[in-house]
Each structure stands twice: as C-alpha cells, then as structure tokens.
Design a protein around this ligand. Structure first.
Ligand code: COA
Length: 170
C-alpha cells in the first residue's frame, strides 16, 4: 500500500474525518458504529480525534485524505477497547489489522495488557480479522454483538511475524 501513512489523529483533522465518515457506505458505518451516521455530530467527531491520557486515535491517510481510523479507550472488561474502520474501497488490503496493531502497540507501551472489541454478530469480516489477530480470544455473545477479549501480547507477536507493518516504523 504505497503512500499510506498511519499517524495520530489531530484536532485539525475535523474536516478530513467528516469527509471520511460521509464517504463510508451505510453498511460500513453500521458495522463500525452499530447505526448509520448521516450527520455526524460535533461530539462524535471530537471523540474520534481525541488523544489524551485515556484515549488514543490514529488515522491512515493516502495523499492527505483519511482512508482508515482506529481508536482505543479505557475498557470495562479489558484494559483498552479498540474500534477500527477502513473506507470501503480500501478494505481487504490489510490496513485494518495494521491500524489495530499500531493502536495496540501504543496502548501496550502505556501498560495495557488486555484488549476488548465489540463486534456485531453478523460482521463476519471483522470476526475473521479478530481470529487472525487473536486466535485465543474469548468471545462472549450478548444480544447481537460479540464481546471479544484477548491478551495484547498475542497481537504483538502477530505483528512481528510480518503479517503487518512493524508498529515501530509508524
Ligand atoms: C473489519 C475491517 C476493519 C477489516 O479491515 P481490512 O483492512 O478490510 O482487513 P483485511 O484486509 O485484513 O481483511 C479483509 C480481507 O482481505 C484479505 N486481505 C488482506 N490483505 C490482503 C491483500 N494484501 N490482498 C488481498 N486480500 C487481502 C484478508 O485475507 C481478509 O479476507 P477475509 O475477509 O475473506 O477474511 C474493515 O473491513 C472495516 O472497516 N469494516 C467495517 C467496520 C468494522 O466492521 N469495524 C470492526 C468493528 S469495530
């Protein structure tokens, strides 16, 4: 994926993230946000860009435009919860797992050892990604969603095996 860059989100990404969200298909919006988002609110945009002691956010860019996003925040059942979305045209090229690995690497540096992710039960693609990233993850099914919990160490091993760009280079 020549030319793609993964970097921390910034407050001045406001317009870019709005364009990214507007460009997502209804299906992709629903898989990520569990609902369509025809008019993203200012608070959603702020939440997607927030980087502070409790939250982290990364964007993947190509030619300056956002094509993917990942975030982590303090979780209830795991140290950090992560969520990720890649724009439709760029799905299926390994960018999602790269974003997840990078956001987890940054969380692990800050001491997180377990990761959680909420996935809609029908989201086969995300569930396949989860199984590849964390083969030993626990999956708890609750009313339509799958609550995934895994050890972060396994994700780091995955990255080191060369199946994703090394987070250290990002
Ligand atoms: C789930 C999601 C983040 C995965 O990201 P992605 O970049 O599409 O992930 P991958 O590219 O690794 O995986 C998708 C497929 O492409 C394949 N693939 C990966 N790299 C590839 C490459 N270089 N060439 C061809 N195919 C490739 C994978 O084998 C995988 O196949 P599968 O779906 O049949 O198992 C992305 O599809 C997405 O944004 N979905 C909507 C939002 C969502 O579901 N978020 C998760 C809940 S928070």
């Amino acid at each position: 994926m020549h030319g793609t860059q993964i970097r921390p989100a910034r407050a001045d990404d406001d317009e870019r993230i709005r364009r990214f969200l507007a460009g997502l298909s209804l299906h992709t919006q629903t898989m990520r946000f569990f609902t369509g988002i025809p008019r993203p609110t200012a608070s959603l945009v702020r939440a997607l860009l927030a980087v502070d002691e409790r939250r982290d956010a990364l964007v993947a860019t190509l030619d300056g435009e956002i094509i993917g996003h990942a975030m982590s925040y303090r979780g209830n059942t795991a140290d950090v919860e992560v969520a990720v979305v890649v724009t439709d045209r760029w799905q299926g090229r390994g960018l999602g797992p790269r974003l997840v690995d990078t956001v987890l690497f940054r969380a692990a540096v800050r001491g997180a050892t377990t990761v959680g992710m909420d996935v809609l039960g029908e989201n086969r693609r995300a569930l396949r990604m989860v199984r590849r990233l964390w083969p030993d993850a626990t999956m708890k099914v609750t009313s339509g969603t799958v609550e995934v919990t895994a050890m972060i160490q396994q994700a780091m091993v995955f990255a080191e095996q060369g199946s994703a760009a090394s987070p250290l280079t990002v």
